[in-house]
Write a protein that binds this ligand. Structure first.
Ligand SMILES: Nc1ncnc2c1ncn2[C@@H]1O[C@H](COP(=O)(O)OP(=O)(O)O)[C@@H](O)[C@H]1O
Ligand SMILES: [Mg+2]
Length: 423
């Protein structure tokens, strides 16, 4: 099978690494890819935001299957265009991608199909949103409706903070994403991520993960795209997984189909495990980054037929086998991230992969033949172990062999799970 992978992050490096192990793969292309992905794929540098360019590449190169990594091309309709041209695609239609592209859309699906989530209202102007916040009181959560690169949510501990967040949204802090605002009830509990494939009619549960969003140790400081993750999430017991499938995933899949947007791709459900059980915080419609890296490290089955079955409506014919060994990934970022940072700093050396260990590239590039850091989040040092503690020790041992002067990382990824293991 000739496959095109769209994307250029650590998530796509992990997908490429896993796809390249498939006996069914004859050729892997990646657009635009990165130097790590180039270990496994031929990089093709066309603009992946241009749907016409994607379609003509697939036609010219007789591509059998397209795997879309990030959300932006999905929201822009790349999967629709490719399907209309007869290509098999892993990733939802633009209409179904609204599950990630509009928080209000998702909340309405939850309301209509009785999916547990915080009580909410949608607003298109500040005075009404503010009146609702004053009536509800704090803590309360204010969200820009659209894609805001992880910056559009304020968990407000006071009414004043929530009111200020409403002003930010309507004054354009998040551009068009803030033209509508969702105000929702604060949920108290432990967060977890749940990944599940859907072909529109069948669902296949994958695995669970937990991530660390804050830049600082002890989960302090500003939010980031994620500084590390591990899988599985200890809070996601078999009972919680079963309840999540029954109470959240299955009604969503049914609701999306009934609403005219059958969902094909990956449900990445952000959950709060409250006293009542799993409640939905949000959906993403692609693999998490860096959660994908730990999922791929644990997946024993061939990834290619599983993704292809998702795209072709035959998900009931495949299974996914997982290693019981936990996996953990540590993000190395450029000093200064998530604020401003120097670009094109040299990465002198990256250690090779061993069994159950791999350094995935995210924001790297080649400049005059030398590897440099170009992004905020640059490398994902990933390892598995018999326990989260062992996976963590192996990941940091590997990370200490990376020679990159301008890099930093958190030293405590996985701390909650390790505390549990030692209790
Ligand atoms: N209703 C809620 N109650 C408590 N915390 C929340 C709630 N909604 C969101 N959060 C917190 O805010 C974070 C970001 O919200 P989320 O809806 O996942 O937006 P995004 O990932 O698009 O920025 C969540 O990971 C969670 O920590
Ligand atoms: Mg989120």
């Amino acid at each position: 099978m000739k496959v095109l992978l769209i994307g250029s992050g650590g998530r796509e490096h992990a997908l490429a690494w896993k796809l390249a192990q498939s006996p069914e793969l004859t050729k892997l292309y990646a657009a635009p890819g990165n130097p790590g992905i180039a270990e496994h794929a031929t990089l093709v540098p066309f603009n992946t935001e241009d749907n016409d360019a994607v379609v003509s590449f697939c036609k010219d190169n007789a591509i059998d299957f397209v795997v879309v990594g990030p959300e932006a091309p999905l929201v822009a309709g790349v999967a629709d265009r490719l399907r209309a041209e007869g290509f098999a695609v892993f990733g939802p239609s633009a209409a179904a991608a609204q599950l990630e592209g509009s928080k209000g859309f998702t909340k309405d699906i939850c309301a209509r199909y009785d999916i547990p989530t915080g009580a909410y209202q949608r607003f298109n102007n500040a005075p009404k949103a503010k009146a609702y916040i004053r009536e509800q009181g704090a803590p309360i959560v204010v969200k820009a409706d659209g894609l805001a690169a992880g910056k559009g949510v304020t968990v407000a501990m006071t009414v004043d903070e929530a009111l200020a967040a409403v002003d930010d949204c309507f004054e354009g802090a998040f551009g068009a994403a803030g033209a509508e605002v969702v105000v929702e009830a604060y949920l108290d509990g432990e967060e977890a991520s749940f990944f599940c494939l859907s072909d529109g009619k069948h669902a296949l549960a994958l695995a669970t993960a937990q991530d660390h969003k804050r830049v600082g140790e002890g989960d302090t400081g500003p939010n980031t795209g994620g500084m590390g993750a591990y899988s599985p999430a200890p809070v996601m017991t078999p009972e919680m997984v079963e309840r999540t499938m029954k109470e959240i995933i299955e009604p969503t899949m049914r609701g999306m189909a009934e609403s005219g947007y059958p969902f094909s791709g990956v449900f990445f459900a952000g959950l709060m495990i409250t006293k009542k059980g799993p409640e939905l915080i949000e959906y993403n419609v692609r693999f998490g980054d860096p959660e994908c890296q730990v999922l791929m490290m644990r997946l024993k089955s061939d990834l290619l037929p599983i993704l292809y079955a998702t795209a072709t409506g035959t998900l009931d014919k495949v299974t996914a086998e997982w290693s019981d060994d936990p996996a953990l990934t540590v993000v190395m970022a450029s000093k200064g991230y998530p604020g401003s940072y120097d670009k094109n700093t040299p990465i002198k050396s990256i250690p090779g992969a061993g069994e159950g260990a791999k350094v995935f590239h995210a924001g790297t590039a080649l400049k005059d033949g030398a590897l440099v850091a170009t992004g905020g989040r640059v490398l994902n040092v990933t390892a598995s172990g018999k326990t989260v503690g062992e996976a963590q020790a192996r990941a940091y041992a590997l990370l200490d062999k990376v020679e990159w002067d301008n890099g930093f990382c958190r030293r405590d990824i996985g701390w909650q799970a390790i505390k549990r293991e030692r209790a």
